[in-house]
Design a protein around this ligand. Structure first.
Ligand code: UDP
Length: 238
């Protein structure tokens, strides 16, 4: 019998998670380690899809603040996520697992287009599916892309890896007495005005009854522990 708590999960990694100690781009050691975590989880038997942000390269809002047209900036941000997704695909395949990048914007000389049924088929065949280009539309974020894809593929859990090990009642960097929640309802999160994901992503997940776990992936083996049911980080649910 499987000792896994989940059948299919979607992991959201921010672009910044790939930088390591650099302030831009991709640290090969870091992406290798993250890929190893993902492969370990997949080999344990969970179907796993990944969404990667692009903040380590470009963010549309940042480019717009510098004077660029926002939509062009967002296109650049989405292309940045494709670059990260290709790097993750390579890192996963170097570890002997199979991966497919599927993009929300058509760029099919370098990766597949997102086709929902095909994505599910890849997952069923044990391939790690990396969704690139977020939702494919400007003015969204990869958090929204992650929530959307998680719902589309009927994931049991959306995992958001962050630099903080969960959701706190106040900023733990400013307040040493901040306390971490083990679990929260979506309603409580709104009532307490806690920021766990951007509003669009949050609303999508809540309305589709998709549980969300916020956690820190720095400790090796964390992803595997979570898919085996360990209550690491904070669970947000209805
Ligand atoms: N983006 C977009 N639509 C989407 C997802 C992303 O336009 O559906 C653009 C947007 O400019 C965003 C950038 O891609 O700033 C990178 O994504 P995000 O900021 O979510 O990356 P992260 O913060 O997770 O690294």
């Amino acid at each position: 019998m499987s000792d896994l708590a989940y059948r299919r999960i979607l992991l959201k990694l921010s672009g910044e998670a790939l930088m390591g100690s650099e302030d831009y781009g991709i640290d090969p050691k870091v992406i290798h380690r993250l890929a190893a975590e993902v492969v370990e989880a997949q080999q344990a038997g969970v179907e796993i899809a990944v969404v990667i942000g692009g903040g380590n390269i470009f963010r549309g809002a940042g480019l717009a603040a510098g004077g660029m047209d926002r939509v062009t900036g967002d296109h650049m941000g989405m292309l940045a996520t494709v670059i990260n997704a290709l790097a993750m695909q390579d890192a996963v395949e170097k570890l002997g697992a199979k991966a497919r990048v599927m993009s929300a914007i058509k760029i099919n000389d370098v990766c597949e287009d997102f086709i929902r049924r095909r994505a599910i088929r890849h997952l069923e065949k044990g391939r790690i599916v990396i969704f690139a280009a977020g939702t494919g539309s400007p003015f969204f974020t990869t958090d929204s892309g992650a929530a959307l894809r998680a719902i589309e593929i009927s994931a049991d859990l959306l995992l958001k890896a962050t630099k903080v090990d969960g959701v706190y009642d106040k900023d733990p960097k400013k307040y040493p007495d901040a306390t971490r929640f083990e679990s929260l309802t979506y309603e409580e999160t709104i009532r307490r005005n806690l920021q766990v994901m951007d509003t669009t992503a949050f609303a999508l997940a809540r309305d589709s009854d998709l549980p969300l776990r916020i956690f820190d992936m720095d400790e090796p083996g964390t992803l595997l522990k979570i898919i085996k049911g360990a209550p690491i980080g904070t669970l947000v649910h209805n």
